[in-house]
Ligand binder design. Structure first.
Ligand SMILES: O=C(O)CCC(=O)C(=O)O
Ligand SMILES: [Fe+2]
Length: 176
């Protein structure tokens, strides 16, 4: 739904049906245990989601923090009615950088086990992922080289991105 809204706003409706064939959905429940006294309270390090879109929902334990454009950490309040929708780096590859992809992390500040329900929209294997032609012009030069998600994952697992938090950008970003 959110992806449809984004495509509509950018006049990309005609690409939407084709685009849906490129992805799968994966539902995950994540459990974060309470850190031991001698452990860091970092539940998940700072990252951008590499896929297309993520929808997150939490139980009653806070912890998700989103890096704002002015470099502050926004602590997400939990609510039974709150679903967080986040753009991932692959969406921005298709849109040639038109979106802001948020960096985020999890800090375990409360002394409680934390659960997150996450629905990830992820690219299918074997498909070439590249900017939609309409998004590339003289004012918006190509920002990412075409790539395959499974090859990116190999690079990511091998630590190829180094300390770069935008892993897809580190993998196939066009250097200016
Ligand atoms: O647990 C959370 O709130 C965030 C999880 C997350 O960022 C992820 O799985 O990519
Ligand atoms: Fe994430």
């Amino acid at each position: 739904m959110t992806k449809k809204m984004v495509f509509d706003i950018l006049n990309l409706e005609k690409y939407l049906n084709e685009n849906f064939k490129l992805t799968n959905y994966v539902l995950k429940i994540m459990k974060y245990r309470v850190p031991e006294a001698n452990e860091s309270n970092l539940g998940m390090h700072t990252h951008a989601d590499a896929g297309v879109m993520t929808i997150l929902h939490q139980n009653d334990v806070e912890g998700l923090e989103i890096l704002t454009k002015d470099n502050g950490w926004l602590k997400v309040k939990v609510s039974p009615n709150l679903f967080i929708v986040m753009a991932g780096e692959t969406l921005n590859v298709w849109l040639n950088g038109r979106l802001h992809v948020p960096l985020h992390r999890v800090l375990m500040r409360e002394n409680k086990i934390r659960f997150t329900l996450a629905l990830f929209e992820l690219p299918k294997s074997g498909k070439s992922l590249k900017a939609i032609e309409q998004m590339v012009d003289d004012e918006h030069p190509l920002l990412f080289k075409p790539f395959k998600y499974e090859e990116f994952i190999k690079f990511h697992i091998s630590g190829g991105q180094g300390i770069d938090k935008y892993a897809v950008k580190a993998y196939c970003g066009v250097s200016s």
